[in-house]
Design a protein around this ligand. Structure first.
Ligand code: JCF
Length: 670
C-alpha cells in the first residue's frame, strides 16, 4: 500500500464524515446524493483492495456486522440517571421551590434548560481519543447492554469527534427514537410483509436497537439527540448545561433544536405550553418536557435521590382521551386467579395508538363509574400505562344498555368464582387447574425479572399451551427442540436457542426462584428479602409466621400468602419437580445464617467504612433483625458511622444506645 493510498483514504474519511454531518446533523448538505455515493464507493473500493486499512470508524462501517448470540453487559462508569415526574403546574412549582430552598436562593430566579422529553431509549456513547468505541443501553442505570454495532448504523451518530484535540474519554448520553415518518413507513412495510405492525414508535425503536443482527438494525431508520455527558477524561467539564450542549454540538453531535434556556419556573411553564401546542408538528413523539438546572455547580450541590437527580424533572403532558362505544365486557383471569373486567371497544385512536380493549379495573370501579354495556365511554391513555375506561358520557345513554355482571363461574375453567369481602377482585378458585392461571404462571416464571428465559415470550407460551405441550412451569424443562419447532414461525435455530435458554435458566438465584414461583403478594423485592433472610428453600418452606412478619417490608398478608403457598400439596409437588429437573442456586447465597438478632430493631446512619449501609442492612436482616429509617423508643440501637445525622441526637434524647462500626461487626459475628 502506497502513502498516496493512505492519504486518499484519510481524505475520503474526512470528506464523508463532513458530508454525513452536514446532511444528518445540520440538515444542510453541500453535495448531491450522487456525489456522496461516488466518494463512498471510491472508499469502499480502496478498502476492498487494502483490507488492512479498514478501521471501525470508517464511514463505510454503518451497514451492520455479523449477528451476535447475545448482547454483552456494560458497566456504566458514571450511572445513567432517570428523571422524576411532575404532572401539574403545582408539582412543577414545588420542584422549583425545593431547588431554591436547597440552594439557599429562596428569593432568587433559577435558570433552567428545557428540552422535549423524547419517547425512546436512553443510551450512552463512548469515545476514546475521539473514536466511537462503545454504545450501551441504560439498562438499570448501572449495567446496560452493549449495542455498539447497532448504534454504529445510525447516521446521526458521529463515528469520530469533530476536533483535532479529542479528550481521552468522552461519554455522550441521549435518547434514540424513531421519527413519525420512519415509524409509519416501517409499519406499512410490516403489514405488506404480513407481519404485525409495531404498537408505537417507542416499541419500534426498542425492537430495532435490540436486534442481534445489526444489518437488520441498519435498515430501520433511527434518530438520536444527545442531552448530557457521562465520563469525561482529559477535558475540562463546562460550567453549565447550556455549555455542555454547545460543546457536544461542536463535537458533531445532534442536539434537539427545541432546547432552550428558561428563566425561573414561570419561564419553564410558558415553554411547556408552547411545546404542548406544537407537539403534533414536531415529527416525533414526546411525552413531556425536561427541565434541568443550568449551572453544573448548582447541579452538584443539589445531588441525587436514589437514581433521579434533584436538579432535573420531566413535566408530563396530560393523558389523552377519546370517546367510543363499549361493545362488550370479558373477564380476564390473572396469574393468581383475579378476574379483571376488560372492555371491548369500537376501535378508537388515542395517544398515538389504536385502542380496542381497555381495563375496567374491578367491579367496584364499574359500579362507582356506573358503566354499562352499550354506553358511550371516555377512554384514557397516559404514556406506557394500559388504556382504561375513565368515565361514561351519561347524556348519550340509550335505553337498551345492559348491566355488567360478575360471572359465577370462571370463563376459562368453569370453577366457581369467589367474591370475598376483603379483596376488591373476585377470584377463580380453580388454582393451577385453571388454564388461564397456568398460562399466566408460566409467563411470569419465564419473564426477565424472574427466571429470565430469553426467547420465551407471552405469545409462545400461549401457543405451546394451546398445543398442550406445557401446562405447568416444570413442563418447560422437558420440551424438545422438535416440539418447539412445530410452533408458528419457529425455525431450527430459534428452537434450539430456546432449549438452551431454558436449560441455562436452571442456574439461578434463590431470590429469583422464589419470585418466579409466583406466590401471591411476593414481588421481586419480596423474593430477595426472603432469600436473604432464610438462605435456603427448606428454611423458607418451614418458616413460622412470626419469623416471616419479622422481616422488614413483609406484612401479615404476604406472610400468610407464603404459608398458604407452601401448605398447598400442589405447590410442594411443583417445587419438587423443579428441583428434580436440576434447578439450583449458588452455594454462597445459600449459606445459612442463624437468626441471632431476631426481635431487634436497628437504625443505620452516617458513612460506614468496611461496608455500605445497604450491605449492613442486608446482613442485619439476614440475622433476623429489623432495620428501620427512623429512631423511636422501640429501636434497639442506632448504628452510627462517620458524619452521622440528627438520628444520633434523637437516640440520645430517647435514651436509645448508639453503637459504632466495631460494635456492628461484633453483632454480625455473634
Ligand atoms: O428525552 C428524554 N427522554 C430525556 C431523558 C432527556 C433528558 O435530558 C434526560 C433523560 C434522562 C435523564 N436527562 C436525564 C438526566
Amino acid at each position: 500500500m502506497t502513502p498516496k493510498v493512505v492519504k486518499r483514504v484519510q481524505e475520503l474519511h474526512t470528506l464523508l464524515h463532513d458530508h454525513a454531518h452536514r446532511y444528518y446533523v445540520l440538515d444542510d448538505p453541500t453535495v448531491s446524493d450522487a456525489e456522496y455515493d461516488m466518494l463512498f464507493r471510491e472508499l469502499q473500493a480502496l478498502e476492498e483492495q487494502h483490507p488492512e486499512i479498514l478501521t471501525p470508524d470508517s464511514p463505510t462501517q454503518r451497514v451492520g456486522a455479523a449477528p451476535l448470540d447475545a448482547f454483552k453487559q456494560v458497566q456504566h462508569a458514571v450511572p445513567m440517571l432517570s428523571l422524576g415526574n411532575a404532572f401539574s403546574r403545582d408539582e412543577l412549582n414545588e420542584f422549583d421551590r425545593r431547588v431554591r430552598e436547597r440552594l439557599e436562593r429562596e428569593d432568587g430566579v433559577v435558570s433552567y434548560v428545557a428540552e422535549p422529553k423524547l419517547d425512546g431509549l436512553a443510551i450512552s456513547l463512548r469515545y476514546e481519543n475521539g473514536v466511537f468505541v462503545q454504545g450501551a443501553t441504560r439498562g438499570d442505570g448501572r449495567t446496560g447492554e452493549n449495542v455498539t454495532e447497532n448504534l454504529r448504523t445510525i447516521e446521526m451518530i458521529p463515528l469520530r469527534l469533530r476536533t483535532d484535540n479529542p479528550p481521552a474519554v468522552l461519554e455522550a448520553r441521549g435518547e434514540v427514537f424513531m421519527s413519525a415518518a420512519a415509524f409509519s413507513s416501517l409499519n406499512k412495510a410490516m403489514v405488506e410483509a404480513g407481519k404485525p405492525p409495531f404498537v408505537n414508535p417507542r416499541n419500534a425503536a426498542a425492537g430495532s436497537l435490540r436486534q442481534l443482527d445489526s444489518r437488520k438494525s441498519a435498515q430501520r431508520k433511527l434518530s438520536i439527540y444527545l442531552y448530557g455527558m457521562g465520563e469525561l477524561v482529559g477535558m475540562e467539564l463546562p460550567a453549565s448545561q447550556t455549555e455542555s450542549l454547545e460543546l457536544l454540538r461542536e463535537l458533531g453531535f445532534p442536539i434537539n433544536a427545541e432546547t432552550t434556556r428558561c428563566e425561573g419556573i414561570d419561564g419553564c411553564f410558558a415553554h411547556y405550553e408552547s411545546l404542548q401546542a406544537r407537539r403534533p408538528d414536531l415529527g416525533y413523539e414526546i411525552d413531556g418536557v425536561v427541565f434541568k438546572v443550568d449551572s453544573l455547580s448548582e447541579q452538584r450541590e443539589l445531588g441525587f435521590v436514589s437514581r433521579a437527580p434533584r436538579w432535573a424533572i420531566a413535566q408530563k403532558f396530560p393523558a389523552e382521551e377519546a370517546t367510543t362505544t363499549l361493545e362488550a365486557v370479558e373477564f380476564q383471569v390473572g396469574r393468581t386467579g383475579a378476574l379483571t373486567p376488560v372492555a371491548r371497544l369500537d376501535p378508537v385512536f388515542v395517544g398515538g395508538v389504536t385502542v380496542s380493549n381497555a381495563t375496567l379495573h374491578n367491579m367496584d370501579e364499574i359500579a362507582r363509574k356506573d358503566i354499562r354495556i352499550g354506553d358511550t365511554v371516555v377512554v384514557r391513555r397516559a404514556g406506557d400505562v394500559i388504556p382504561e375506561v375513565a368515565r361514561v358520557v351519561l347524556e348519550n345513554r340509550k335505553t337498551d344498555t345492559v348491566e355488567i355482571t360478575l360471572p359465577d363461574e370462571c370463563p376459562v375453567c368453569g370453577s366457581p368464582v369467589l367474591n370475598s369481602d376483603t379483596e376488591v377482585r373476585a377470584r377463580c378458585t380453580g388454582g393451577l387447574q385453571c388454564g388461564a392461571q397456568q398460562r399466566e404462571a408460566i409467563k411470569h416464571f419465564a419473564s426477565r425479572t424472574a427466571m429470565d428465559i430469553d426467547g420465551l415470550g407471552d405469545k409462545l407460551v400461549e401457543q405451546l399451551a394451546d398445543e398442550k405441550l406445557i401446562s405447568n412451569v416444570a413442563d418447560l424443562y422437558t420440551l424438545t427442540a422438535e416440539q418447539i419447532q412445530t410452533m408458528p414461525r419457529m425455525g431450527e435455530k430459534s428452537a434450539s436457542n430456546l432449549v438452551n435458554a431454558i436449560d441455562a435458566s436452571k442456574q439461578t438465584t434463590l431470590a429469583r426462584f422464589i419470585f418466579a414461583l409466583g406466590i401471591k403478594d411476593i414481588g421481586s423485592s419480596g423474593g430477595a428479602l426472603l432469600a436473604a433472610r432464610f438462605g435456603s428453600l427448606e428454611a423458607l418452606m418451614s418458616a413460622e409466621e412470626e419469623a416471616l412478619i419479622a422481616i422488614d417490608d413483609i406484612g401479615p398478608i404476604a406472610a400468610r400468602s407464603v404459608q398458604d403457598y407452601f401448605a398447598n400439596p400442589q405447590s410442594r409437588e411443583l417445587v419438587d419437580s423443579l428441583l428434580a429437573v436440576g434447578i439450583n442456586f449458588p452455594e454462597s447465597e445459600v449459606a445459612q445464617v442463624e437468626p441471632t438478632l431476631e426481635g431487634n430493631t436497628y437504625v443505620l446512619t452516617g458513612t460506614l467504612s468496611v461496608m455500605s449501609r445497604d450491605e449492613a442492612k442486608t446482613q442485619l436482616q439476614q440475622r433476623g433483625a429489623k432495620v428501620t429509617s427512623s429512631v423511636s423508643k422501640k429501636t434497639t440501637a442506632v448504628i452510627a458511622g462517620d458524619a452521622p445525622g440528627s438520628k444520633v441526637t434523637k437516640a440520645e434524647t430517647l435514651e436509645v444506645p448508639v453503637l459504632d462500626e466495631a460494635a456492628l461487626l461484633e453483632l454480625l459475628a455473634r
